[in-house]
Design a protein around this ligand. Structure first.
Ligand SMILES: [Zn+2]
Length: 334
């Protein structure tokens, strides 16, 4: 069977993993370059075009660009940071260049699950350097420009509509406002693993999520970092790697928030300098700290929805050993 170039492009456009809109966006970019006669596309120019296309689209239409409920894509986050003045254009472009092409550029030619049939058909690339468009693509842009633009736009809108439907109970304006507030004060990832020995005693030396003896462990953000954009102590706990792996960035059930409040008060009872940070960030009195932590929890629920992760089935919060520890009693747990 011989297929035309346009058949390949239509198949590529139509059958992707569909978890984001990166593929139509990349297609739109390379169409624009080919149209201008630029067939050797510098990575920086690609990043700028990608940014411009998304910026234009998001500011005009404000539709979700990712399927997953309660999450935003990397490109949306970068554009938001730019919009609220957290980063400048150069920084935004360098983040796009570093973070947004890892999947889409190598996988652009994949049709459904098949990565072989159209491999390198329309371009070749040197990751981080350039994309070289082939004649198969350039001739298509020359002959069928209107049609492929229309197909791309149609695919992109279809994905947005599907993502919006998946998030239909969403208050987009409110969610955007909350995200912006956290992005504004947030920062990039720090080394949180080093906090492990500090954190463990204050949570009774057991896993925060299942209450059993620690083994292979990881430091976890109780409220998802994806929303809060920080690594502050009041939100960090130590958990088994497997408990951490179950929790991912789901919203935890309210009993874990109650527990986090107790854990934080244990830190407040210590003389460690880090207690000052909790003091500044959550408040001067136990009551204030509790209220503020709950406020963050409410914000996260608005952003990510009320789909809780309650912990392992065998975990019973009423029997959690932390509540019976001397440190918890001493620090005000009743
Ligand atoms: Zn555990």
């Amino acid at each position: 069977m011989i297929f035309e170039n346009i058949d390949y492009l239509k198949a590529i456009n139509l059958f992707g993993l569909n978890v984001s809109t990166y593929k139509p966006a990349l297609l739109r970019c390379i169409i624009n370059f080919s149209r201008k006669g630029e067939v050797n596309i510098d990575w920086g120019d690609l990043s700028e075009e990608f940014f411009n296309i998304y910026y234009d689209r998001i500011t005009k239409r404000n539709l979700p660009q990712l399927f997953q409920y309660g999450r935003i894509s990397k490109v949306e986050r970068i554009i938001k940071k730019y919009q609220i003045g957290k980063i400048n254009k150069d920084r935004a472009l360098s983040e796009i260049s570093d973070e947004c092409f890892n999947d889409v550029v190598p996988r652009f030619h994949t049709i459904g699950m098949n990565s072989k049939i159209a491999k390198d058909f329309f371009y070749e690339f040197n990751f981080g350097k350039n994309i070289i468009l082939k004649d198969s693509f350039n001739s298509l842009v020359e002959i069928s420009y209107e049609e492929i633009i229309q197909d791309t736009e149609c695919r992109w809108s279809t994905l947005e509509a599907a993502f919006k439907k998946n998030q239909s109970d969403y208050n987009h304006d409110l969610v955007n406002n909350i995200r912006d507030v956290y992005l504004q004060s947030g920062y990039g990832r720090t080394n949180i693993t080093s906090t492990k020995p500090f954190l463990l005693p204050f949570q009774g030396d057991v896993c925060f999520y299942c209450g059993t003896v620690m083994g292979d462990s990881a430091v976890d953000h109780v409220l998802p970092r994806e929303v809060l954009c920080h690594d502050e102590i009041w939100n960090l706990v130590v958990a088994h790697s497997h408990c951490n792996g179950q929790k991912l960035d789901y919203v935890v059930g309210p009993h874990f928030i109650e527990k986090l409040i107790v854990r934080n008060e244990n830190i407040m009872g210590s003389n460690h300098p880090w207690k000052q940070k909790i003091f500044q960030q959550l408040g001067k009195t136990p009551q204030k700290r509790k209220e503020n932590l709950k406020k963050h929890y409410e914000n996260v629920k608005i952003v990510k929805g009320n789909r809780f992760w309650q912990g392992d089935e065998s975990y019973n919060p009423d029997k959690d050993p932390l509540y019976k520890k001397l440190i918890s009693i001493l620090n005000g747990y009743k």
